[in-house]
Design a protein around this ligand. Structure first.
Ligand SMILES: CC(C)(COP(=O)(O)OP(=O)(O)OC[C@H]1O[C@@H](n2cnc3c(N)ncnc32)[C@H](O)[C@@H]1OP(=O)(O)O)[C@@H](O)C(=O)NCCC(=O)NCCS
Length: 152
């Protein structure tokens, strides 16, 4: 669905979200547990459920993250990494299997844009596989640039 009007406005700094009754609530630096994010990652990136300490990693290293919740359920998550200055990086945007193509991915990125801008960043970067061009370019508003990657 390309119309995102049913989703709530992004909220800031982990304060309670005020999402509309019919849409998810997006919370910048919202609370989450490791099992919630590990379960979403397993669904999104096709691997067994791992035991990664997302809570510790993100609080130590990230500018922020966005939690999308419907009621108590974490239905989407994105990590926003940071260079400590004006560059932020969207990593691992993920939406729960049963919730995809309802605008939540776009809502996560919109909230990441708002959060990164409010933190003083000037650029938000992303890289992705070719099949997600429509998502990042058309739905989320990224523009093309030259970029590179080395597998370490
Ligand atoms: C990629 C992902 C986050 C998108 O989330 P989503 O909530 O399904 O996306 P949205 O509903 O906001 O999509 C908005 C638009 O983007 C495009 N889009 C979204 N997912 C797409 C896909 N898999 N292939 C092609 N276009 C896609 C569509 O144009 C869509 O609008 P439409 O549904 O009206 O056609 C989700 O599919 C996911 O979690 N995938 C697995 C994890 C992953 O690969 N993450 C990306 C890491 S870079």
């Amino acid at each position: 669905m390309s119309d995102h009007a049913h989703a709530s406005e992004p909220e800031q700094d982990g304060r309670p979200a005020h999402g509309r009754a019919d849409g998810p609530a997006y919370v910048w630096r919202g609370p989450f547990t490791n099992p919630e994010v590990n379960a979403l990652h397993a669904q999104g990136f096709d691997h067994p459920v791992l035991d990664i300490d997302w809570h510790g990693q993100l609080h130590r290293h990230s500018l922020g993250w966005v939690c999308a919740r419907v009621g108590d359920e974490l239905v989407g998550f994105v990590n926003v990494a940071w260079d400590g200055g004006v560059h932020a990086f969207v990593l691992d945007t993920v939406v729960g299997e049963g919730w995809r193509r309802t605008g939540i991915g776009r809502g996560l990125v919109e909230a990441a844009v708002v959060g990164a801008r409010a933190a003083g960043c000037e650029w938000l970067h992303v890289d992705f596989e070719a099949h997600l061009r429509a998502f990042y370019f058309d739905a989320c508003g990224f523009r093309t640039t030259e970029a590179g990657l080395i597998a370490l």
